[in-house]
Ligand binder design. Structure first.
Ligand SMILES: [Zn+2]
Length: 443
């Protein structure tokens, strides 16, 4: 039986940096927050299932949406319009200095609008893919539009004003969001206990991020692997494994016994650790708390069945490509004049290359974070930073690759390996997050 817990304060001087607790290290690190603060629900208030705000589109000049049923358009809880449905319609921000939003032919003098369907799953959003094709997803909950007025560039700039843009945020209940995340994150044939473990880790992660960023920004998580993959309800079937796992674990989170009491923590997870988990402090601006200290032995991710996540490589990349790629992202790289070789500058507490030293053709050197290096070259090409460097003249070979992702926290393939051996979700979570236990954050 799970103990009821009111999460009154889940912060522990958290400095979120790197990714916001990214599942497989698939994002570009951002600047760390510089302050620590207590975060959590107010005390003496019953905990309820929260809504989560997912950023679907950011700073786009326009977007398309459709509503397949009755809906309302609101601004600050005032209903501005009621409709029975909306065919595929263009939405854009006004070009005047005062922010406004245009939906079809109607212009609203507001910088923010909420579109609230009266029936679930009737909101459809259209996305243009990198190949120029269009696709769409259906979503539960509501959509919030944020307009950004055009910004005047500094005088002397040749390009005039930057255009007005729109952000689109989907607002849904957390449990529903989690079911969609599981659909996108896990393989359909994986064990229900893996689904349950992932549901608890994903829930804890979202609550941690929500309590860390709070109202300081207009969304909680990204819809991509920057946070957790989320593609609406398209692939969703009632009764699916993901829905069962979320229902079975409703409100349950991971906590650890901090000196200030039980707290949730940033439940990092990655696709495969490759043999041993990593310490969070080596990769992200977070303290090395016991559940994220790494060093957990795991060969359960060996079950990858040739998908090359437990072991991968060798991967050969020309020095010219490496140099050109890095130089386009970091002006300091140009000072090397070209790439002569790469050495491991330092390793993490658990032995994974952490800093790479680029040696230029002019003899100069530049240290880069291996995590950034990997993502610049492609997170699917170099599946982790756990590799051995071999210099082959014009190319570098990344050999003996281990694991997929940053390796901190839960190992997803390892969780599946343990589930197939009969381990329950609670056991899987306490294995990868040592010293942690499960609590119920809300009913
Ligand atoms: Zn593993």
């Amino acid at each position: 039986m799970l103990k009821h817990l009111w999460i009154s304060c889940v912060g522990f001087g958290c400095l979120i940096g790197g990714t916001e607790c990214s599942p497989s290290g698939g994002s570009t690190p951002s600047a760390p927050l510089s302050s620590s603060r207590a975060i959590g629900l107010p005390q003496n208030e019953p905990a309820k299932e929260p809504f989560v705000r997912i950023l679907l589109l950011q700073d786009v000049p326009s977007l398309y949406l459709a509503l397949h049923g009755p809906y309302e358009i609101r601004h600050n809880d005032v209903v501005l319009q009621i409709g029975d449905g909306l065919p595929k319609t263009r939405v854009q921000a006004g070009s005047a200095e005062t922010p406004s939003l245009q939906i079809g032919d109607l212009v609203y003098e507001a910088d923010q609008l909420e579109i609230v369907p009266r029936q679930s799953g009737t909101l459809e959003i259209f996305f243009e893919t990198s190949t120029g094709k269009w696709m769409s997803h259906r979503y539960e909950g509501s959509a919030v539009l944020h307009a950004h007025a055009p910004v005047a560039r500094a005088s002397g700039s040749s390009s005039g004003n930057s255009p007005a843009t729109v952000d689109l945020v989907n607002v849904v209940k957390l449990e529903h969001y989690l079911a969609a995340v599981l659909e996108a994150e896990l393989y359909p044939n994986w064990h229900i206990e893996t689904y349950r473990a992932q549901a608890i880790a994903s829930r804890t992660y979202v609550l941690f991020v929500m309590r860390t960023f709070g109202t300081r920004r207009a969304y909680d998580v990204h819809a991509t692997e920057t946070s957790q993959a989320y593609r609406g309800i398209d692939s969703f079937a009632p009764g699916a494994k993901s829905m069962q796992a979320v229902r079975d674990t409703r409100g349950v989170v991971c906590t650890w016994p901090s000196p200030l009491g039980d707290k949730i923590f940033c439940t990092y997870f990655s696709a495969a650790c490759g043999g041993k988990t990593e310490n969070v402090a080596d990769w992200f601006e977070l303290p090395s708390i016991p559940p994220l200290a790494g060093g957990v032995r795991c060969d359960y991710c060996q079950i990858d069945n040739g998908k090359q996540v437990y072991r991968w490589g060798p991967v050969l990349i020309s020095k010219k490509e490496i140099y050109d790629t890095l130089r386009s992202r970091d002006a300091n790289v140009a000072a090397l004049g070209g790439l002569q070789t790469i050495r491991v500058g330092s390793v993490s507490r658990h032995g994974r290359p952490r800093i790479l030293t680029l040696v230029g053709t002019n003899g100069q050197t530049l240290d880069v974070v291996a995590y950034d290096f990997r993502l610049a070259l492609g997170g699917y090409r170099l599946k982790s930073t756990d590799f051995v460097l071999v210099d082959r003249g014009d190319s570098m070979i990344f050999s003996e690759g281990k694991g997929f992702g940053h390796g901190v926290g839960l190992c997803q393939w390892g969780a599946e390996g343990q589930a197939r051996l009969g381990r329950r979700a609670s056991g899987i979570l306490s294995y990868y997050y040592p010293g942690s236990s499960l609590r119920r954050a809300y009913e």
